[in-house]
Design a protein around this ligand. Structure first.
Ligand code: NAP
Length: 250
């Protein structure tokens, strides 16, 4: 069976590390991005440079936009075939703030991308993977965060709440489609050294938090990718509706 993996936010950070690892394991990869085309193209070129049958395409879409998500899945259908795996890695934080200083525009953007984006892509994947719809099954991995458990007080309680929604969605959807050949799991990264901290105005955040992490260091995108690719694989064939912590003990 052809293994076709769509990774939202596959152009940078955890998504990009997942793209490299999964390509090496024989998946054809669709690398989604929203703005930074050159980062997505760089991931595609690196995969193609692996030689052999490594296949990858870059696909632009804002995951919060339904029409763009539908068009992205249609592009993947046409160029790589129906997805057999989906990783929902596209996600954003905002600048650190207390709830009493946040506005609705911030919340809508965050929830649209982190929650609606994940749900939209999962819906389109289920429509293609489910045996109920003539599919052959598949696996979905959602990116949650340890913030879902810790709450991120004084920083981004809204982001934490968006990831709490991902945990519930993962458990519910996992049970809903378990008898249709689809496994749905989530990974809860701790503090991982990627660009996401700079986009929240704190480029040094990962290193600054090191002393508060039981392992005394931030994790790498590659360490999270290992858990994601395991959850996608047949080695995790009896694992669904699970949330796996990859947080160095945090
Ligand atoms: P990152 O390095 O900031 O990369 C974010 C990726 O998401 C980029 O490829 C970006 O593409 C894409 N993206 C952002 N908004 C998008 C949208 N509306 N539509 C499509 N793609 C979009 O982030 P990361 O650190 O790898 O985080 C990946 C996931 O892990 C996120 O869900 C995050 O919440 C979660 N996580 C991260 C950490 C951490 O410490 N890093 C911890 C816990 C959980 P463009 O560049 O084109 O915008």
């Amino acid at each position: 069976m052809n293994k076709v993996l769509l990774i939202t936010g596959g152009s940078r950070g955890i998504g990009a590390a997942t793209a490299h690892l999964a390509a090496a394991q024989g998946y054809a990869i669709a690398v989604n991005y929203s703005h930074n085309a050159s980062a997505a193209e760089a991931v595609v070129r690196a995969i193609q440079a692996q030689g052999g049958k490594a296949k990858a395409i870059a696909v632009q879409a804002d995951v919060a936009d339904e029409a763009q998500v539908m068009a992205m899945f249609a592009t993947v259908d046409a160029q790589l075939g129906r997805v057999t795996a989906l990783v929902n890695s596209a996600g954003v934080v905002d600048v650190a703030a207390r709830v009493d200083a946040m506005d609705v525009a911030r919340w809508r953007r965050l929830l649209d991308i982190n929650v609606i984006g994940t749900m939209l892509c999962a819906r389109e994947a289920v429509r293609r993977m489910s045996t109920r719809h003539g599919g052959v099954g598949g696996a979905i991995v959602n990116l949650s965060s340890v913030a879902a458990v810790l709450g991120a007080p004084g920083q981004y309680v809204d982001y934490a709440a968006s990831k709490g929604a991902i945990d519930s969605f993962t458990v519910g959807l996992g049970r809903e489609v378990a008898a249709e050949g689809i496994r749905v799991n989530a990974v809860r990264p701790g503090v991982i050294d990627t660009d996401i901290h700079a986009s929240g105005g704190q480029p040094e955040r990962a290193q600054q938090l090191a002393p508060t992490i039981p392992m005394r260091r931030p994790g790498t995108a590659e360490e999270v990718a290992q858990a994601i690719v395991w959850l996608l694989s047949d080695a995790a064939s009896y694992t669904t509706g699970s949330v796996v912590d990859v947080g160095g003990g945090r």
